[in-house]
Write a protein that binds this ligand. Structure first.
Ligand SMILES: NC(=O)c1ccc[n+]([C@@H]2O[C@H](COP(=O)([O-])OP(=O)(O)OC[C@H]3O[C@@H](n4cnc5c(N)ncnc54)[C@H](O)[C@@H]3O)[C@@H](O)[C@H]2O)c1
Length: 255
């Protein structure tokens, strides 16, 4: 679909990193953007800078997600785009130092990354299908999820994270099939290594070393490159039900 000033978008995790860059690109293209995030200070400041709005939403809590989308609905302009970027990436092995993986950490990772993406997608789709088609193809909405290359080549310590991202890969096609007759497309981006606050905290030499593991271009990805793909997906109606790796050809080693 073409982004116009009538286009309404929600970006989860929009206060930081890939979500913040995507929200900025959507706003730049003319869309009215609402950020959903737990981080109220950064989220509200970024929303203000974009001329958008902010809702404090915990994506792992269906009532919180419902309240966020109720606010979007109350604005009265519908909903056309959801980009799911909220996520966490804890590190823990299946068993370590004689102790099993903390079950709460595993559940929380699945709860935010996988179930949270699903809650947002399902509630967003419910709003999208109430709207009128916005293209000659009959498109009503586009949902972009964020997996990770860890869905395919998860490293030591990424068992919970990789499981959550593998779940996002697995739900992409059936969700696209569920929504096909409603004119809502569903795509997933599986990023490699991107320079976001997640990695900015690492020492420069570690960042450089991670960058050299990328075959080409041999550097960390810039969040604007993720945003550019998200916007391309929105604009290209033939992209549906698929996962795109955005990774400079990296295949992660076991550790
Ligand atoms: N940066 C990378 O290299 C990379 C690689 C592969 C996948 N990803 C994925 O991309 C997404 C964005 O990552 P990022 O690097 O921009 O991370 P980030 O930490 O910069 O941003 C994530 C945002 O999600 C928010 N968030 C966390 N839990 C939430 C919850 N329960 N409800 C609402 N918001 C919540 C955080 O407050 C934060 O603003 C994540 O799903 C991550 O797994 C990132």
């Amino acid at each position: 679909m073409r982004i116009t000033t009538n286009t309404v978008a929600v970006v989860t995790g929009g206060a930081s990193g890939l979500g913040a860059a995507t929200a900025a690109a959507l706003a730049e293209a003319g869309a009215r953007v609402t950020l959903f995030d737990l981080d109220e200070a950064r989220g509200a400041a970024h929303a203000k800078a974009l001329g958008g709005s902010f809702q404090r939403v915990d994506v792992s809590d269906p009532a919180s997600v419902a309240a966020g989308f109720a606010a979007v609905e109350a604005a009265g302009a519908g909903l056309h785009i959801l980009v799911n970027c909220a996520g966490i990436g804890p590190a823990a092995k299946t068993t370590s130092r004689g102790q099993p993986h903390d079950p709460a950490v595993f559940a929380r990772t699945i709860g935010i990354n996988l179930i949270g993406s699903f809650y947002c997608a399902s509630q967003a789709a419910t709003l999208m299908v109430r709207g009128e088609p916005v293209s000659a193809d009959g498109e009503r909405g586009v949902i972009v999820n964020t997996a990770s290359v860890a869905a395919y080549d998860g490293q030591v310590g990424q068992v919970a994270y990789a499981a959550s991202k593998g779940g996002i890969v697995g739900m992409t096609l059936p969700m696209a099939r569920d929504l096909a007759d409603k004119g809502v497309r569903v795509m997933t981006i599986a990023p490699g290594l991107f320079l976001t606050p997640l990695l900015e905290g690492l020492p420069q030499e570690v960042q450089d070393s991670l960058g050299t593991q990328v075959p080409f271009p041999s550097r960390l990805g810039d969040p604007s490159e993720y945003a550019a793909l998200a916007l391309h997906i929105v604009g290209n109606p033939m992209l549906n039900g698929e996962v795109i790796r955005l990774d400079g050809a990296i295949r992660m080693a076991p550790r």
